[in-house]
Write a protein that binds this ligand. Sequence first.
Ligand code: GTP
Ligand code: SPV
Ligand code: MN
Length: 626
Amino acid sequence: MALADIFTRNEGSASTRATVARRYGEVPTIQGEGMVALQAWVDEIAALTQPERIHWVDGSRAENDALLREMVDEGKLIKLNPEWRPGSYLARSHPSDVARTEARTFIASEREEDAGPTNNWIAPDEIRATITPLFEGSMRGRTMYVVPFSMGPVGGPLSHIGVQVTDSAYAVTSIGIMTRVGTEVLREIAGGAHWVKTVHSVGAPLAPGETDVPWPCNDEKYIVHFPDTLEVWSYGSGYGGNAILAKKCFALRIASVIGRNEGWLAEHMLLIRVIDPAGRAYHLAAAFPSACGKTNLAMLRPTIPGWRVETLGDDIAWLRPGEDGRLWAINPEAGFFGVAPGTGASTNVTAVETLWGNTIFTNVALRPDGDVWWEGLTDEPPAELIDWEGKPWTPASGRPAAHPNSRFTVSAAQCPQIADDWEAPQGVPLDAILFGGRRATNMPLVVEATDWTHGVFMGSNVSSERTAAAEGTVGELRRDPFAMLPFCGYNMADYFGHWLKIGQKLRFDRAPRVFQVNWFRKGSDGRFLWPGFGENSRVIDWIIRRIEGEVPAIDSPIGRLPRTEDLDLEGIEVSQDDLAELFAVDREPWLREADLTEEFYRTFDGRIPAPLWAELAALRYRLQRG
Ligand code: GTP
Ligand code: SPV
Ligand code: MN
């Protein structure tokens, strides 16, 4: 449908709407009960934020091209050399706006105990009183975009709809890559589909005649979730999860609440199909904290002969028990917002190939020939670059050329190993769930849970060294249960309980098996003990042979470990000492881990489900028994 057919002046409707329509122009003609509520809400937000104009996003190619051109003209994007990187752009953020700001992220549930000790709780009335004045006139001089989006294929049985209003064209083009946007979503809304309200402003109104800066944002930031009314309000940041509200804010924090209410799970997980040499297909989901290897595993190229991996998703999975007693999963996203540094031909060649064009890069370095570069893309850095802040850079500069949290935004369809059926609305049935983190010590390369409850216990105890994906001290060890610490929209003790309940809905012989993996264990000399990346297929191979009951395992106090002879290590150099260290389970440090678990569980004031306390007691018993 052409733009002109969708949009028309709408002057004859109810009074506020007519005023808004006169002041701001086009509103869609799509008819239906649901449109009335949407238009009323858009009018309300416009009345508050006072944009110069409103643009209903239709998701067309022409619209996207026009937005990109406009941003180039305004100095907000640099068009890359089409010879190397067709249809691609570089954005440089403000140096103060480079990652998710967890300290400024709030869960505003009516009751504090519904947010729990791991979230920043704030009373809804209080935060509304704080942020409403900030949003007052916050879009002055700017365009307010109305972006209807679907998480999951439009109309799919596991899909959910949202609308983001935003004053950032960069956010609009990013949402266009990361989700399904446009008119067909509006039709769903018109037809009565439920949708989640998300409001985003960079908090940088323009005075008449004032020229814009390349990356407008505000020093004051608020990313606020209202789980009781299913709303998100984000103010002050233009970056990643702070601004693409469909992603972490909706598809994890709000969706986790919807999932709790409806009996499913919204998880920070990649999703893959693994095909073994016999042609048998298995589906795996894996939860690793931010910047701990999800995109890499999602695009795995197995180094062992005969194995293949197809990508289904790299960051978020929605899991739902099916009538067949299996756990079904979809990737609700449509693109990848991936970490650039460390992505190269030797680590993740699939990602490198995915990024051939039509990509928005943020905070990477610019080459003199108009292409991009980041640490790890090639072994040797180019002789000269413009760094992510726009300053000249040479290898002697002594600082990274790309920001450690620099990212690429690219459509999943461009991934050369994307599964043909990656958009199947019903998803895929899971055979295994992996938990992992970045652990220099203690955590073995792989360990299998004895059953679902033990798996939930493992998930609740994931800890990981901090990365640059969020503000904070990089390297510091922190607990990150289920890799969901920053993303669970409700009390995590209840969330653990919800995981246990989901297990009860699965047929015991069809529930996915649970494993914990750690690619990041280090030797006393500080070097990674395991080569990682494509070699992780060797661990997947063991996992699948366990699922098939083809190999026995060794019982240890923390779970089931591989016999080293069952690991396919042909063609790699891992010394016997390193192998022993990769699987060492030392009693003393593990007893200390158990103490930390107790300390953590106690912060929930008696809300931790009893089966998890029982798991902790059993772990201690096994450790002490030796
Ligand atoms: P988010 O998008 O923040 O959720 O991150 P992610 O979990 O998708 O992490 P990603 O795959 O982008 O990896 C982050 C960093 O970890 C990159 O620098 C990778 O090169 C590195 N990495 C990934 N897999 C491995 C591995 O097996 N071994 C080692 N040593 N590093 C890895
Ligand atoms: C993460 O931090 O886990 C990300 C990047 O995937 S962001 O979308 O900014 O949250
Ligand atoms: Mn992530």
